[in-house]
Write a protein that binds this ligand. Structure first.
Ligand SMILES: [Fe+2]
Length: 489
């Protein structure tokens, strides 16, 4: 019998489930649009074994599970399996947890020495017919998109030098190239960052390393048509703290944030650093693009402090969730001017899990979607996920002057991150697919896939597929069209 601590990381919606299963035919309410054909891959952390030491960051260490919601001919099926990481296999063989605190091998049991610590639990990435399960602390795992079987750790055919690959990559919509990076590229607390380019056939063609101003939790980055942008926020790591058994991350309010900008096909020697405000934090960038004057516009879900409660605790900070200064903020970077200043403009409300059409990546764009908390919500949000509270409102943001649209969930409901499915119809904005959780008791939940018209989110779902099984919160997802899957096979 697995006994997990009675703390928020392991109770309620976050209760570990640890089950691999398939449900062939989900009950559908409404009608799934005919053009929604493909697979919604989802990364779901789920710790297989109870921890053997307290760790505030344990929510980030759940073993990665890969879930697939397959949609074809108006029907949907569900499957979920563990990613068979080296770490998961070692713990299965031992029958107990072997790895200690989040990204601190000095806290591991002896049997864990030398083993790959990553749990591959953050984003399923599809590129060049290949499905990778990623987490920023290690290399990805290659997964069979049909069977969800793990094929092994992936290093691009032996070419990758970096020890890490982050969970947020960017794919150019015209060239099909994959841009990614890895930080702490040569080990713990390092300032080395690897910047990599993979061609549309999946071949790693360039890897360049550079130093960031300090070792930072670099969760996401962006590209434009001509540039790569590397934001650095002051959530920092220190080797001495790790050796003493401490936390990987603390947030430093008095430190500058930075954005490194370089021509995306250039060399890291061309990197130019712009200085942002002190103490700010961001996990996800919405997009970046070059405007008609050649300035870079960089849009991010920014907050005035790191919003993770456990990082605040480790940093001696205690800022209530409503007071973290969240906003969608645009930083303008003018490469034609000297100096290192950014011009900041608030362009949207607080929120996270930004979604753009894949075709808008790195380009000027008119609309996007993101999750937020309903400011008019009666009653508390559903507790769960890494931050401790789940989002309950979906927004369609418009940057071309149209009003914002919102879909507010009823009490005791919450959203997981949506994926966008493009439409073939001219002028149609496509579809959003998202798993919605509904709390029906202290530890009781119901779950369903909702399919929403992306251009009319306020109208609510056009179809729902009930998932008759308990689910743990998803981190990120990825939509792979049926045609892409068929081409890969
Ligand atoms: Fe993320």
């Amino acid at each position: 019998m697995r006994r997990f601590p009675d703390s928020p990381e392991y109770t309620g919606l976050n209760t570990p489930l640890g089950e691999e299963y398939e449900i062939p035919d989900l009950a559908i309410e409404g009608r799934i649009p005919a053009e929604v054909e493909g697979v919604f891959f989802r990364a779901v952390p789920d710790p297989a074994f109870p921890p053997f030491m307290p760790d505030g960051a344990a929510v980030l260490s759940g073993d990665g599970m890969i879930s697939a919601i397959r949609i074809a001919g108006g029907k949907a099926s569900f499957a979920i399996r563990y990613v068979q990481t080296e770490r998961h296999r070692a713990e299965l063989a031992a029958g107990r947890a072997l790895f200690g605190k989040y990204r601190n091998p000095f806290t591991d049991r002896g049997e864990a020495a030398g083993l790959d610590r990553t749990v591959a639990n953050t984003t399923p990435v599809w590129h060049a017919g290949r499905l990778l399960m990623t987490k920023e602390d290690g290399r990805p795992y290659h997964v069979d998109p049909r069977t969800l079987e793990t094929l092994g750790s992936y290093d691009f055919g032996g070419k990758l030098k970096s020890q890490t690959v982050t969970a947020h990559v960017r794919i150019d919509p015209e060239t099909g190239e994959l841009f990614f990076y890895g930080y702490e590229a040569d080990g713990l607390a390092s300032t080395k960052v690897a910047y990599c380019l993979v061609d549309r056939h999946g071949v790693l063609v360039r890897e360049q390393w550079f130093d960031v101003p300090y070792c930072s939790m670099m969760h996401d980055f962006t590209i434009t048509r001509n540039y790569a942008l590397f934001p650095v926020y002051p959530t920092t790591c220190d080797a001495q703290r790790l050796r003493a058994g401490g936390d990987h991350w603390v947030h430093e309010m008095d430190r500058d944030s930075w954005v490194g900008v370089m021509p995306r096909y250039g060399t890291v020697a061309d990197m130019r650093w712009f200085r942002g405000p002190k103490g700010v934090s961001c996990y996800h960038m919405m997009n970046a693009f070059e405007d008609t004057e050649g300035r870079i516009q960089f849009d991010q879900c920014l907050s005035s402090v790191n919003a993770f409660p456990f990082i605040q605790r480790a940093s001696g900070l205690s800022i209530p969730p409503g007071e973290t200064g969240g906003r969608l903020e645009r930083w303008s970077l003018d490469l034609s001017q000297d100096g290192d200043r950014v011009t900041a403009t608030v362009i949207g409300p607080p929120g996270d899990f930004p979604v753009i059409p894949a075709s808008a990546q790195g380009r000027p764009y008119e609309h996007a979607w993101m999750l937020t908390m309903n400011p008019q919500m009666q009653g508390p949000p559903v507790a769960g996920g890494p931050v401790g509270a789940m989002f309950n409102m979906l927004l369609r943001l418009d940057f071309a002057g149209k009003p914002m649209q919102a879909l507010a969930l009823p009490a005791a409901h919450c959203f997981n991150e949506p994926v966008h499915v493009p439409s073939a119809r001219a002028g149609h904005e496509g579809w959003l697919l998202t798993v919605v959780d509904r709390q029906t008791g202290p530890s009781e939940f119901e779950h369903a896939l909702w399919i929403i018209d992306a251009g009319n989110v306020g109208a609510g779902p056009v179809a729902k597929a009930a998932i008759p099984h308990r689910l743990r919160p998803q981190v990120h997802g990825w939509w792979t069209a049926a045609a892409e899957l068929a081409a890969a096979a």
